[in-house]
Design a protein around this ligand. Sequence first.
Ligand SMILES: C[S@@+](CC[C@H](N)C(=O)[O-])C[C@H]1O[C@@H](n2cnc3c(N)ncnc32)[C@H](O)[C@@H]1O
Length: 231
Amino acid sequence: MSGAPPPRDDILERVLRLYDGERRATRFHVAMRARRVPFPALEALLPREGRVADLGCGHGVFANLLALAGPRREVVGIDRDAGKIEIAARTVGSRGNIRFSAGDLSTLRLDPFDAIAIIGVLYLIPYPRHRPILEQCRDALAPGGTLLLNTVDPSEGIRFWRSKIIEFTANMAFRLTGAQSTSVPMRLYPRRREEWKAMLASTGFSASAAAVPLATPGNVFICRRGRAVLS
Ligand SMILES: C[S@@+](CC[C@H](N)C(=O)[O-])C[C@H]1O[C@@H](n2cnc3c(N)ncnc32)[C@H](O)[C@@H]1O
């Protein structure tokens, strides 16, 4: 038998099975995220070991993928939605390399991490909070640490608004069925790729854009402490 780790798509299937005991609306919600977000490709961009935070982790799909694909990672998932965190915490079982905690990125003080992921979150947080959150990530990262940022980009007007209307409608349904407990903001705070590039550089990150295909118009940035020109 080969000692190679299982393909990441198989691990994602294992992640989804962790939610088997949850209500149908939750299972649908996590399956929808797994279909719309290229989690395996994003996971491959992060180091295979060390302390990793998934900020705005939702129900914990990506955090669980990180922990199952990298048993030498110590993963922490944080989200302001206490209901989602309760569900995420139920997936942990006896595993020792993952935990979940409720917290708001706008007020949280981060522990030191080797890598931090923020996947599809900042467009829900008001513009003035973006820079302080990036600064906190920069300060929490160990030397050589990685910030993986998946942002939503409003540049592709119609495609952007179509995907946001679908997401907003789904979120309203999840809230009505109790699968989501926080309110869904009417106002969104997306930034274009050029704005993120400028803000990341001025926050002291060396960043490059990764070519990961996305269903929702957006960008994937791999960022490290230290300044550099973005491609
Ligand atoms: C679109 S979901 C993405 C969830 C997860 N990252 C994923 O990709 O499946 C956005 C998440 O960000 C969380 N969120 C929004 N604002 C937040 C804040 N200020 N602090 C922590 N979490 C926040 C929401 O509760 C929600 O779970």
